[in-house]
Design a protein around this ligand. Structure first.
Ligand SMILES: C[S@@+](CC[C@H](N)C(=O)[O-])C[C@H]1O[C@@H](n2cnc3c(N)ncnc32)[C@H](O)[C@@H]1O
Length: 508
């Protein structure tokens, strides 16, 4: 999140340049490489004997043996965590980069090469030789298999450190900021840790699937189960495999009660409910989205249950709806109908089946109504902290003279929390529902100096600057955004939001 003095901003999406740089900087490790592939069919358990790795001395990039082969086993040490929590390791002697899911910094392990990409390979962890530096027991029973949390057995402080390192690398390698600038005091602020690490998410999206993901270790246990259907979170890296879960430690307790109830009911043959098959494009239930808000008067949790289905058949949902509407926390049950073959949760049509079409939440003393498809910061507790920081960074004069531009504004929360101290807020956002929410939320909080405009900020024209007076402050929540001086004069062509890759200097 950046609160910046305008003007232009650049969004850069570069295909893994940090990886290229890492490879360049790669130093050999004192590890050994196995050059003989081991059997594919057999997973190595933690107690299984690991084949003795053989030495590879080849550092010639033109030689075929420089690149690890598919099926080859390697003894590796995880150096750091990449985006999405994959462990980054370097092949000893060559420095070739391999990535491994659930390998954590400092961990020494045996991995098998499963996939080769252009400039790195993916490895599956077979056996830990020595655990990583900051090991903690993961509190969630699904933590070792679920795509939702990959680093639960890394101490939270270490997770924060790893993320901070990723941000620095992105800023240097993708953002092209000189490293020395980052070392200057205060250029990049340290991550502000969150006081709560579980039950903090106010929105969870679970998927229904025809292919239940069963981790190898649990195969025997599950063999009695004949039903292949699943409701839960995706297995890491698989859009069509779902890990069946009835509880998620990220969401609220009322959210878990509803999830468990639906999990218990939906496969009952009496109800004829089928999960959507992402391959054949048949079936009805696509996603279950649970959003938790707060009753503004009582402070109690309130829940929105959003069924995303491939067609509108409320009679099919009725048994589930009847059951969960009995929960006092459930104040809204909606149905998003998404007839496309895509697997997104936003429907072309939305129907309110029970109660309201929104839930409420409070932030910085304001009340917000949130619809099913509007963006709202998913960690309400930390959003309070974040918005306070934004206000502090903004250094508003407080005389009500300033113009604020809130780009990618979602439900308008940031702009609205600043509105009382400025002349006018202009918010821009692509999602219609979010813009309606932002306008309604302005009214709800008695704010008259905020204008919200629906539109695609990637397609702004030269006349963008005509929508607002020259801004004093631009808030832009998109990652990898930076800005270029000088500030344009009032009503001059607006800053470009996106510059295509070719216009940027190539990585060194
Ligand atoms: C991470 S959210 C931030 C929302 C808001 N700033 C906040 O903190 O609550 C990003 C928002 O950008 C919107 N968005 C994404 N692409 C957009 C585009 N091309 N033009 C305008 N808005 C876009 C999304 O719909 C989403 O509401």
């Amino acid at each position: 999140m950046a609160a910046v003095v305008p003007a232009g901003s650049v969004r850069v999406l570069l295909p893994r340049p940090w990886l290229r740089n890492l490879r360049r900087a790669a130093r050999p490790f004192s590890m050994v490489v196995a050059s003989s592939p081991i059997q594919h069919s057999e997973e190595l358990s933690n107690t299984a004997a690991v084949p003795e790795p053989q030495m590879s001395k080849n550092t010639d990039r033109n030689s075929l043996s420089y690149y690890p082969k598919r099926g080859q086993t390697l003894e590796l040490v995880c150096e750091s965590l990449a985006f999405k929590g994959k462990g980054i390791c370097k092949v000893p002697e060559t420095g070739y980069i391999v990535m491994c899911d659930r390998a954590l910094p400092g961990e020494k392990f045996i991995g098998r090469v499963t996939r080769k990409k252009d400039n790195y390979a993916e490895v599956k962890k077979l056996k830990t030789i020595s655990p990583h530096w900051d090991f903690v027991e993961a509190p969630c029973e699904f933590a070792s298999h679920c795509g939702g949390c990959k680093t639960q057995n890394l101490l939270y402080e270490a997770q924060v450190r790893a993320k901070e390192q990723q941000v620095h690398e992105l800023i240097v390698h993708v953002g092209k900021f000189p490293k020395k600038d980052l070392e200057h005091d205060g250029v990049v602020k340290p991550i502000v840790p969150c006081d709560i690490q579980f039950h903090y998410r106010n929105k969870m999206e679970f998927s229904f699937g025809t292919k239940r993901w069963v981790p190898v270790e649990l195969l025997q246990q599950e063999s009695a189960e004949t039903n292949e259907y699943a409701l839960g979170l995706h297995a890491p890296g698989f859009y069509d495999k779902v890990l069946n879960i009835n509880k998620c430690l990220l969401q609220s307790d009322p959210g878990n009660e509803v999830l468990a109830t639906i999990q218990y009911l939906w496969r009952d043959s009496e109800f004829s409910l089928s999960p959507y098959d992402v391959h054949s494009h048949r079936g009805f239930l696509k996603h279950l989205m649970l959003r938790t808000g707060r009753n503004v008067e009582t402070g109690q949790a309130e829940l929105m249950v959003n069924f995303v289905t491939s067609s509108y058949k409320p009679e099919l949902l009725k048994p589930l709806v009847d059951k969960i509407s009995a929960f006092p926390s459930v104040v809204s049950i909606v149905n998003n109908v998404n007839t496309s073959v895509g697997n997104t949760s936003v429907g072309e049509e939305e129907y309110t089946l029970i109660g309201k079409s929104t839930i409420t939440e409070t932030l910085r003393g304001l009340t917000f109504q949130i619809s099913a498809n509007s963006f709202f910061q998913t960690n309400t507790h930390q959003a309070e902290v974040l918005y306070k920081l934004i206000e502090d960074c903004a250094c508003l004069k407080g005389d009500g003279s300033e113009i604020v531009l809130d780009l990618f504004c979602g439900t308008g929360t940031i702009g609205l929390t600043l509105a009382k101290r400025v002349r006018h807020v202009y918010g821009f956002e692509i999602v219609d529902q979010a813009i309606s929410d932002a306008r309604r939320n302005a009214n709800l909080n008695g704010i008259c100096n905020a204008t919200f405009v629906q539109g695609d900020l990637n397609k702004i024209g030269d006349n963008f600057g005509e929508y607002f007076p020259n801004p004093d402050l631009v808030i832009t929540g998109y990652p990898l955004v930076r800005w270029i001086n000088p500030i344009p004069p009032p009503h001059q062509p607006a800053p470009e939001i996106e510059i295509i890759l070719d216009q940027l200097p190539k990585p060194n």
